[in-house]
Design a protein around this ligand. Sequence first.
Ligand SMILES: [Zn+2]
Length: 97
Amino acid sequence: MPVPKRQHSKSRTNKRAAGKHKILVLSNNCTVCKAFTQQHAVCQGCGFYKGVKILRTKDERAQERKIAKKMRENAMRSRKVASPAEARGEGTEGSEK
Ligand SMILES: [Zn+2]
């Protein structure tokens, strides 16, 4: 089995380790919202890439969910309003007999 001739110096080890932790930071400003964005990536703030809408942002999705929830609640309310009248026999049951 091959054995290293001598121990690497701290300097040599640390130089190698320094390269591993180097992070390539390329940043750009979004053309739409002027926020800091990574190059060649969709802006996380507004969802635009090169002036074209690509992504729905977290806020937009939350708003859509709110609207959908309201519509569901309204539908449930309209059903609940209709059903008690039928249960009392004021509506369809009396006319059927
Ligand atoms: Zn943006």
